[in-house]
Ligand binder design. Structure first.
Ligand code: ZN
Ligand code: ZN
Length: 255
């Protein structure tokens, strides 16, 4: 499903008060929550999400004295992704000195009231992450604000999800799910191999954040991703997807 983007114009954003710092790439994305009370009513009324996003921008500009809302993107429980500073711009919300390494994505849950992210919110966060990868050169990391910074953010529920590798809800092949059965042949190049098994592995690697074409063709690009993955996971670096490498794609933590 394509990202359901709410543009700044659509949510009535104020204009920024200055020029953004530029970014061409980051190591990845950090996930945030609001840290305060979020009314459970927003789940039944998207207009309240819009009002909340506006109030967050006001707080950042008038309370914190920032030039704009601090987040790159903001996500509500209706799987809508609000454009914050957007891709290629330095966010403000990760903490001093930490903003050029990760984009900042807010999930609209808080420390009281609405504290549990629903599936649509989690999908929305991943839609935002993919968008930032495509448009803003975001790398593979998905971390919580508290990684490397002293804060409760993004709260217990969102952080637990991040620690599980930020899987797509509902059988999207998260680390908690059993891997699909090893296809019984090792995927290798050369020569070029094709098939649904190749596509399944490529799709999974893309879900894990690798820059890989999901075309069902195992060629030099797939081999390079495989090698780097094997090195990262301490597997024999063969560039071929054998049973151990296949299973690790579903079972090994995303780091
Ligand atoms: Zn935060
Ligand atoms: Zn909403």
């Amino acid at each position: 499903m394509a990202i359901d983007l709410v543009t700044r114009r659509e949510w009535g954003a104020r204009s920024p008060r200055g020029a953004y710092g530029r970014l061409t790439s980051t190591r990845g994305v950090k996930v945030h929550y609001t840290g305060g009370q979020v009314s459970p009513d927003i789940v039944n009324d998207h207009d309240k999400c819009v009002a909340l996003v506006r109030s967050i921008q006001n707080h950042h500009m008038d309370g914190n004295g920032w030039m704009d809302v601090g987040y790159s993107m903001l996500v509500c429980p209706h799987r809508k992704v609000f454009e914050g500073r957007g891709p290629n711009r330095v966010p403000a919300a990760n903490g001093s000195g930490l903003n050029s390494a990760h984009y900042a994505v807010l999930g609209l849950v808080g420390s009281s009231g609405l504290t549990q992210p629903n599936d649509d919110l989690l999908h929305g966060i991943l839609d935002a992450v993919e968008y930032l990868r495509d448009k803003g050169g975001a790398g593979r990391e998905i971390k919580g604000h508290r990684d490397g910074y002293s804060t409760s953010c993004p709260g217990e529920a969102l952080y637990a999800w991040v620690r599980r590798g930020a899987p797509r809800p509902g059988g999207g092949g998260g680390p908690a799910d059993p891997p699909p059965a090893f296809p019984g042949r090792t995927l290798a190049y050369p020569p070029l191999m094709s098939g649904e098994d190749v596509r399944t592995w490529q799709r999974r690697m893309r879900e894990r954040g690798w820059n890989i074409d999901v075309d069902g063709l195992y060629g030099p690009g797939s081999r390079e991703v495989c090698r780097t993955f094997q090195r990262e996971k301490g597997l024999p670096v063969t560039g071929a997807v054998d049973r151990a490498t296949w299973n690790a794609a579903w079972e090994a933590p995303v780091t």
